[in-house]
Design a protein around this ligand. Structure first.
Ligand SMILES: [Zn+2]
Length: 211
């Protein structure tokens, strides 16, 4: 299995191809590749991202079949089933990189922001389970700020929410803690820009991993 930093480089290169309209992963979607993967999978990274239709991990990183183990949930929150999915993939397939990827204009973060500001409320208990996980990050971001600063609050809230998820993965699982300590597992935070297509890795990347 490739190292976390090599996996990170591969994602960065793929995102650059995507941004430059040079994507090539679709060329690997051949029957022969499908057949080869019947033997098993060896995804080189785990991505926990938002369900937003505009942020499909495989496309924005220009990766093909069998390359990424992707978990998508509105607001890229971390609840027990997401921790379990990361644990499963990390132990079963051995990738050394976990990316939590939020994105600009995230609807789940926006809904939470509106609720915290008293501009809306969520009736569904199920939807509330998502908002409640995003809420602590949003509350921290809006503390002491004026409401006229909505765009800036939104930007900060998206990143704070990603940080909350990476922190939860790092400290909410003994199994993942052990992999981080002894097996070189790296858990990083990233943000995808709907406006530019660029993925910015802004959290948890060691110095050697920056381009
Ligand atoms: Zn979203």
């Amino acid at each position: 299995m490739i190292s976390a930093l090599n996996a990170l480089r591969r994602l960065r290169e793929g995102n650059s191809r995507f941004v430059e309209n040079q994507s090539c992963a679709t060329a690997t979607l051949r029957p022969a590749r499908r057949a080869a993967l019947l033997e098993g999978q060896e995804p080189f990274a785990i991505v926990l991202g938002c369900s937003d239709s505009r942020v499909p991990a495989e496309l924005v990183f220009d990766q093909g079949l069998g390359d990424l183990f992707v978990i998508r949930v509105a607001g890229n929150i971390v609840a027990p089933s997401q921790v379990g999915s990361v644990e499963f993939a990390a132990t079963r397939f051995g990738p050394r990189l976990v990316v939590v990827m939020g994105h600009s204009q995230c609807g789940a973060v926006m809904a939470t922001l509106e609720e915290v500001l008293g501009r809306g409320t969520t009736q569904s208990r199920n939807l509330r389970s998502i908002v409640d996980r995003v809420r602590p990050s949003v509350e921290t971001v809006i503390a002491g700020r004026g409401e006229d600063d909505l765009d800036a609050m939104m930007r900060d809230a998206v990143r704070a929410n990603v940080r909350a998820s990476t922190s939860h993965l790092r400290h909410g699982s003994e199994l993942l803690e052990e992999l981080v300590r002894n097996e070189g597992l790296l858990i990083v935070g990233a943000e995808y820009s709907l406006e530019t297509g660029v993925v910015t890795f802004f959290e948890g990347v060691p110095k050697a991993g920056y381009p």
